[in-house]
Design a protein around this ligand. Sequence first.
Ligand code: ZN
Length: 427
Amino acid sequence: MGEVSRLFKNGRIATADSPDLREVDVLVDENGMITKVGAGIVPGNSTEVIDCAGCVLVPGMFDVHVHAREPGCEHKETLATCAAAALHGGVTGLVLMPDTSPPVDSGNLVKSAQDLVSEISPIPMYQSGCLTKGRQGTELAGFSGMASRGVPMLTDADRSVPCPDLLRRCMEYARDFDLLVTSHADTPALSKTGSINEGRVSYRFGLAGIPAISQEVAIDRDIRVAQHTGARLHLQQISTARGLKSVVCAKEAGTRVTCEVSAHHLVLTELDIRDYNTHFKFNPPLRSEEDVSAMVQGLIDGSIDLIASDHAPHTEFEKSSDFGSAPFGATGLETTVLVLHDRFIRTGVFGWDLLIQRYSDAPRKLIGQVPVAINEGSAAEFFVFDPAAQTAITRDYLRTKSPVSPFIGETLSGAIRGTTVRGMWFT
Ligand SMILES: [Zn+2]
């Protein structure tokens, strides 16, 4: 916990309930608790005053899809650099994907990951576990051990479980242990060696394509198995309009299914890929303009439950190979809030309330955590955002170990001045 109390003076508080902002001061004690919210709070002698005039105080975001790479691939990212990136991006809690080396597929490995997190990370990081041993898609992972360690979800992280019978058994066990099954909806037999959305852009580039049906078929299959078994299903990285329609139908039928979308699938299309720039290579790939419009609409109307970054660090060297062979993914923890503010909040498409609902409240609720808000008596967990400032996304700006992002070179409106969590103030 921090040693000093802090007064966040003259800021405006954003909430999940209303797009309106309330101008007040917020006093946080040395234990990180909000002791007073109101106008004209007078600081004590030892209180650090943080001038928030013109700024918005926003509840900390929570990201359920993060690859931190430690242990095993510390050349890409570590838990420490991942936490620094999260705080720099206004994210105060997250779920770690289990695709480390070794993959987290047993209770013992969950325990060692949890120990490492508590030693290193200033923010809560919840370790998820694999559905299948070693993410190999052939045998069930150690469900009961992982359940007893309190994993928030089970997922093979960026891989689907190819065999429907094995997926069925995964979901039956998950239902019995009341564990959330999180699925990367993809049909490898259709995606093959594709690296880009199948369509006019892939033809023009002469690259093997990943068809939209690769995701759509997998979504339909996963939903049917979830309906049959009664398991809770969360679909990662929704990217196609038809896939989203399937999710909407399943929800209407009462299926326990939720889904997420990432910032890059909300603001970039396949047409943004230029000069074979591998920073735009994602799995699922950037899709058509129609798909992106459907994602934005779905986020607003609630058919998409939540936002997740799919923060997937790689070295610049790894990303410097040709488009077909470079690894999928880019970082996202530091850019998601900035990009969504720049494209949607600044332009009036939606307010801070929607961003808080989808990137702070819903992700916490998904894994059974309590949403955070800026209220008297609550722990202080928020960031200070200056909408009048600008942020140039450069390699130097990013605190992740991986300077790989499709937004590098852009200047975005707004800036995150600092983030407070657990009594500490990170700038
Ligand atoms: Zn991922």
